[in-house]
Ligand binder design. Structure first.
Ligand code: NOJ
Length: 522
């Protein structure tokens, strides 16, 4: 398998397009707005962007309900704008990855409308339908919608009918088709056509939504692994510089399936949750509940993370990358209930781990999570993480020239913002920028360097690990808690970067409340 070289130094920026920058005053972020902000993205040190869906959609799930996979949604601009965004990004050395909503469409998609018809047509089997209108198959299917007999299977919300890639294990043969069925192969071919189309416009890769969900009743994941392996083979042959990124949260499966990167989030195991988000399991954000490791109370336990992480890391190293993102459009923002010092310690961790960091737009300034916002476009508790980017003080925080009522979501005009942080050397933004630069110029800290965790006692406080590449070894020590923590070891090192009170001696390191140090061992 071929790994594009650019991944080794990659740091991604995840952009929710409708909330990033509005270039035409209609209150909604757009592609030309992103193009205008590429200098900022480059200046921060990001090397690639992942855009949440930009397709035509009725937006009942923020655009994860697509009507036309070949068309940029009107509110974001045109396909030509996308081509221009890619061209300008490429000139600046930035790669552009788009979201591929592979498992479902919107109800309004023409394919689905045709699939609903009673008479047989090309799209009859494009979606999963039971053969009896009363059979809602364990509650997975929605009845009462179509002219045809039967109920359609949903993939997420009711308005996201599942595309038909077949069933790995068939328990109702009257309507479940195997993945090799020609109609299921056609669905897959369409997916490939969509990918090739966006690559032809300039895309460098895809973040695949619910990547493990496509084949149904696939209990051991073998069928979906085979499914994606075929696509990876095609990528290696035709598009060796393009990348596949999965929302799978099971790196050993996803990377075996051919994905270059898999996110470590909360879908399969609690590793990610236990680091930062014990307080928002099930997406109900609460500040003082749960025991995240990165929490000033210091009551978490790094073992919950390490048990899963190290196993997955060993199984996947040299074949693909695990990503620990700062957040995304589905999670309460990482800043929620945290100070800038705490956030900086988290960034120090994320920017010194193997694999590939992803930063959700606004996290670099500690943008606020806004709790209890009325749901917008199927966002529910996620809505508060999707508010417009805060560029500067004043009108609409510099996000848009439009009238307030037009804005996609209310903007926090008095919150943190980019402009102020750019001019403050000690701002979170500038610290993040330095951490990114350090990562990119230090092979031991890059995607491929080795890692060794040194302190697994007492919950793992302080967190101490080595990153190693050839004859260079770095030591990263992080104390997320409010108490002093010390770690004894024979230590001869140069201090490379730190925050908070840190003392090093030949006998070890003492870290004051919420502090970190990155050292180069002699
Ligand atoms: C995961 C996406 O990240 C989320 O926003 C979306 O609602 C579901 N998949 C369904 O597409």
């Amino acid at each position: 398998m071929i790994t594009p070289q650019w991944l080794e130094n990659a740091v991604f920026y995840n952009i929710y397009p409708q909330s990033f920058y509005d270039s035409n005053g209609d209150g909604i972020g757009d592609l030309n707005g992103i193009t205008e902000k590429l200098n900022y993205i480059k200046d921060m040190g990001f090397t690639a962007i992942w855009l949440n869906p930009i397709y035509e959609s009725p937006y009942r799930d923020g655009g994860y309900d697509v009507t036309d996979f070949y068309k940029v949604g009107k509110r974001y601009g045109t396909n030509a704008d996308f081509e221009r965004l890619c061209a300008v990004a490429h000139q600046k050395g930035i790669k552009v990855c788009v979201d591929l909503v592979a498992g479902h469409t919107s109800l309004e998609c023409e394919w689905f409308q045709k699939s609903c018809r009673a008479e047989k047509n090309e799209y009859t089997n494009r979606y999963v339908w039971t053969d009896n209108w009363l059979n809602i198959y364990n509650g997975e299917c929605i009845g009462g919608y179509a002219q045809r007999n039967g109920a359609y299977m949903k993939n997420f919300f009711y308005c996201q009918p599942a595309l038909n890639y077949g069933f790995a294990n068939i328990d109702e043969p009257s309507w479940q088709l195997p993945p090799e069925h020609p109609d299921c192969r056609k669905t897959k071919q369409e997916l490939i056509n969509i990918m090739e189309y966006w690559i032809s416009l300039g895309a460098d890769g895809f973040r695949v939504d619910l990547a493990a969900s496509l084949i149904k009743n696939d209990y051991d994941g073998k069928a979906i692994i085979k499914f994606w392996q075929e696509i990876r083979t095609m990528f290696d042959e035709k598009y060796p510089e393009c990348v596949l990124i999965s929302e799978w949260s099971h790196p050993s499966r996803a990377i075996t399936a051919g994905f270059h990167i898999d996110f470590l989030i909360h879908a399969v195991f609690p590793a990610y949750t236990s680091l930062f988000r014990a307080e928002d399991e099930r997406n109900v954000p609460r500040i003082f509940f749960g025991d995240s490791f990165f929490d000033t109370r210091g009551k978490g336990n790094i073992e919950t993370f390490l048990n899963d992480y190290l196993d997955e890391y060993e199984k996947t190293r040299d074949r693909g990358f695990i990503s620990i993102p700062t957040g995304n459009h589905d999670l309460a923002r990482i800043s929620y209930g945290r100070t800038n010092e705490e956030l900086e310690a988290i960034f120090a961790f994320i920017m010194t781990m193997p694999g590939i960091p992803f930063v959700y737009y606004g996290d670099e300034i500690g943008m606020e999570y806004i709790p209890d916002m009325p749901s917008k476009e199927g966002g529910f508790t996620r809505t508060g993480s999707r508010t417009p980017m805060q560029w500067e003080q004043g009108k609409n925080a510099g996000f848009s020239d439009g009238e307030k009522e037009l804005l996609y979501l209310p903007v926090n005009e008095n919150g943190v913002n980019v402009k102020e942080q750019l001019s403050d050397e000690n701002s979170l933004l500038n610290k993040v920028k330095k951490l990114i630069a350090l990562r990119k110029t230090t092979p031991a800290l890059s995607a491929c360097g080795d890692i060794e965790f040194l302190n697994r006692k007492d919950g793992g406080y302080p967190l101490v690990y080595k990153r190693i590449f050839n004859d260079e070894t770095y030591l990263i020590c992080i104390n997320p808690s409010n108490d002093d923590k010390k770690f004894e070891m024979e230590l001869y090192a140069d201090m490379i970067m730190k925050n908070g009170n840190v003392e090093i001696s030949e006998r070890g390191i003492v870290l004051g409340a919420v502090s970190y140090a990155i050292l180069k061992l002699k």
